[in-house]
Structure formats: C-alpha cells, structure tokens
Design a protein around this ligand. Structure first.
Ligand code: NAD
Ligand code: ZN
Ligand code: ZN
Length: 446
C-alpha cells in the first residue's frame, strides 16, 4: 500500500510499504477514505521531536472496516468508522477512569499511546491506504452514511481536532456567558472557538496573524484579533469594555443613527452637549458608554477589574511565534499573554503541545521543555491550568451525534483535499501556513 513516511527534518515521502496485518485477535484493519494532516505532524516534520526517520505519519483516520480479528465483537467488514488518535486498551485503570489518553497497557515506557506519533509507541500512522487498529472495539466509533457523503469532512474531524477543541473548552471551564480567548486560529483553535460558541459562551476572541484563518474565525461568530496590529491583550480588553454597552442595546440600536439618537437623548437628560464623529462607530459607542446609565448601573464598584476573559485557550503550543518578530519563535509568548488577559479566578487551557524533548530548540533549557513562566501572576490570580493529550473517546460519540443532528459542521475548516502525490508539497505549504492551507485531507483513493 502507499503511505506517508517521515524521512527526517522537512522531508516526507510517499512510499510503497507492506500492508498492515491482524497481529492480535482484538485488531481490525481499516481501509481509509479520508486521513488528515495535523498541526501536530508538523512538530515531527520540522525536526522538533525525537522521532527517527522511517515512521508512517498520521493519526486522523476515517474509513471502512476491511478485516477484524477473532476477538472483535462489535464490528464487521464494511462498517464505517472513525478512529480516535489515542491508541488505548479500554480496560486499564486510566481508560476506565476516563483517561484513554493515558492508557497504561498500550506501551511499556509510560502512559498513553497514539498512531504515527513521536514518543507515543510503535503504532504505524494513518496517512496510508490502510491502518491496523489495536483494541478495535474501543478505538473505533461507528458512523452512519457512506464514504464520501456529506459528512465525510465533518466525521474525519472526530479523530482528533473536534474532540480536542472541545476538550480545550472543558479544561478552560467554558460556561454559557463566559468571555473566552483562543490563541491560535489553526484547526484546533478554530474548533475550540466553535465548541465554545456551541456551548453558549459570551464573546469569543480568536488571536492569530493569518488572514484566511482569522476570516474563518469570523465566519463562525468569533471576534478575530490580529496580533501583528498591536498587543492582543489590549485589543481584547478594549473590546470587552465596549461590549458591556453593546450588550445593553435594544434591537436596532446598533445602527449608528439610532445610537446617536440614544446618545443625544441620554446626554440631553444628563445635561451634556455631545459632538461625536458619526462615521466612527467606535467613538459613537464610547460616547454612548460615557452617558449610558445602564453601563454604570450594571457594574458594582470593582467589577471593572474583570476586564479580561474567564477562559483562555492556548491552541499554539511550544512553537509559538514572537509577536514583535514573527520570524522567530518565543515558546512562552502565548502563555504570558494569556496570564495577563485571564481574569482573577479564571482558567487557562494549554491544549497546544509542549514537549520535554525538543532537539530543535534554541537553548539547553528549551531542549528539555523548561521555560520561564509568569507563575507569580498566575498564582496570585488564582487561575486553574489544564493540559494534556485529549481523551478523544470521552467526547467522540456526543460530537458525532451533534454532527448527525445537523448542529455542528466542523468540516468547515477543511481547505484542501489532495492525493498522495500532492502530500510532500502540502506538508511544505502547511508548515509555512501559506496559500490558505488550514486543514488538509488526503484522499487515498484519489
Ligand atoms: N492536546 C492534544 O491532544 C492536541 C491534539 C491535536 C493538536 N494539538 C496541538 O495543538 C496545537 C495547534 O494545532 P493546529 O493543528 O491548530 O496547528 P497549527 O500549527 O495549524 O496552528 C497554530 C496557529 O497558531 C498561530 N500562532 C503562532 N504563534 C502565535 C501567537 N504568538 N499568538 C497567536 N497565534 C499564534 C499560527 O499562526 C497558527 O495559525 C499544536 O501544538 C498541536 O500539536 C494538541
Ligand atoms: Zn491531530
Ligand atoms: Zn488502557
């Protein structure tokens, strides 16, 4: 079969390799109909993990069961399935406690395994025509429909990034009405924002510098923030200050003319003469805010201090770009920004990857994943911090059913569907995030 093989930093090749075989009675072999490239694959592609050349990459598989081992009892040939990126047994203590991401039996070194990933066991990856799935009863999730139907791109998002975006909102304790900031508008950040919106979050800000990605954020109702314009923390705080007034407007009052009449009325009743440039909505809103008794009335003294967000999500990880000079990395840029932005008692989710072995890091500490952090401010604000691999199985069934019910379409982020021949070029472009490469799906039949 054909498969995408890691050949060393910035090199992948599509090679003929042996077909996978049933190695254990609980295995299944899946023929893939869609298999995605993930931002996580780029850590290996860029030589920023300890992975050696030779591994088949990929961990986002969707397909049809081709063969099952004698112990597989829930699935048969022909079933359509999505496979979670974690490889887990389903019966160890951690799996049973809801952490299949930290399965204790799946590899000898430590907890947790994954397909096609550095330091996650010897499991071959999913960017191939076929995949061997251990403990298939646990690691597959059954799907309706047929290959290449209207759900194909929504369903392949279930292998990793839709549950990962959703898990980020759980780590960040997103609640209805909470203001949320997501740093990173890659697939994970976009689906974290999408998950927050699905759960009724208040304002959801998405920070990045790539126009196509910020546009996608806007298309789902998030507020795009370009970090190259100015400090994103200051941008979000300014918008939060305006929000309290926009929030109190009656339907139609967002129109500038009616805003102006509200302002005049309010100003008049307060005995204030206003002279505001009507073509500038920000000034209009500020003026309204200045005279709007509803704003003053809705805040108790001191509440103006909650000017940031309650939930902050780092969907970037250790390869974060420096804001002042985006041509270089600054691994703690996003954590530092979020610690400033999150309100006292708020919640920080680090869903972007940090690793303890980064051969390509700038210095000896960073090579071990050791960084300077604003721990004092984090502690003084009483923040919670959540991290780690997503336990995909915990969310996959509920998110699948949201898709089937027509209430979620995570496939909106897919930008390219390509053949194996196009894979090396796609890795190059995706790594540079150029040409609108947001989420790339490989079609093994193409
Ligand atoms: N925890 C998990 O289980 C899990 C699962 C999947 C992916 N991930 C990780 O999530 C992260 C994001 O994945 P992705 O597929 O969306 O990757 P991606 O690389 O496509 O997206 C990252 C985005 O962050 C932006 N960015 C860089 N520096 C920034 C900064 N200083 N401020 C704001 N934005 C900045 C980039 O422009 C890019 O758009 C990666 O680290 C990936 O490994 C974690
Ligand atoms: Zn992934
Ligand atoms: Zn287990």
């Amino acid at each position: 079969m054909r498969a995408v093989v890691y050949k060393g930093p910035e090199k992948v090749a599509v090679e003929e390799v042996d077909d996978p075989k049933i190695e254990h009675p609980a295995d299944a072999i899946i023929r893939l109909t869609s298999t995605a490239i993930c931002g996580s694959d780029l850590h290996m592609y860029e030589g920023r993990t300890v992975e050696k050349p030779g591994k088949i990459l990929g961990h986002e598989p969707l397909g049809v069961i081709e063969e099952v081992g004698s112990a597989v009892y829930s699935y048969k040939k022909g079933d359509r399935v999505v496979v979670n990126f974690n490889v887990a047994c389903g019966h160890c203590m951690n799996c049973v406690m809801g952490f299949p991401s930290a399965c204790l039996t799946i590899r000898s070194e430590t907890a947790g395994g994954a397909f096609g990933y550095a330091k996650m066991g010897k499991y071959a990856g999913a960017q191939a025509e076929k995949l061997r799935v251990p403990f298939a009863d646990f690691n597959c999730t059954k799907l309706p429909g047929k290959p290449n139907d209207k759900w194909e791109h929504d369903f392949v998002m279930l292998a990793d990034i839709f549950p990962t975006g959703f898990f980020a909102t759980k780590l960040a304790f997103v609640m209805p009405g909470f203001p949320v900031a997501v740093f990173g508008a890659g697939p994970v950040g976009l689906l974290a924002a999408y998950s927050a919106i699905l759960q009724g979050a208040g304002q959801v800000f998405v920070v990045d510098h790539i126009p196509e990605r910020l546009k996608l954020a806007k298309s789902i109702g998030a507020i795009p923030i370009d970090f190259t314009m100015s400090d994103p923390v200051a941008q979000i705080e300014a918008l939060r200050a305006e929000f309290s007034v926009v929030d109190t407007l009656l339907p139609g009052e967002e129109k500038i003319e009616s805003l102006m009449s509200s302002i005049s009325k309010l100003a008049g009743s307060a005995g204030i003469q206003l002279d505001v440039d009507r073509s500038d909505p920000v000034k209009v809103i500020q003026a309204l805010r200045a005279v709007n008794p509803m704003v003053a009335q809705s805040l108790l003294p001191g509440e103006e201090k909650m000017k940031g967000v309650m939930s902050g999500i780092d969907a970037v990880g250790y390869q974060a770009l420096d804001r002042d000079d985006p041509s270089r990395e600054n691994p703690t840029q996003v954590i530092s920004d979020l610690v400033r932005l999150i309100n006292p008692t708020g919640h920080l989710a680090l869903i972007g990857v940090y690793t303890a072995d980064d051969p390509g890091a700038a210095n000896a500490h960073a090579r071990k994943g050791e960084f300077m952090l604003p721990l004092g401010e984090l502690w003084e604000k009483g923040m919670t911090v959540g991290t780690g691999q997503t336990p995909v199985k915990n969310f996959i069934i509920l998110l699948r059913d949201l898709i089937i019910a027509g209430k979620a379409n995570p496939g909106f982020i897919v930008s390219h569907r390509i053949s194996f021949d196009e894979v090396p070029d796609a890795y190059r472009k995706f790594a540079r995030r150029e040409g609108g490469y947001t989420k790339v799906i490989i079609d093994p039949a193409k």
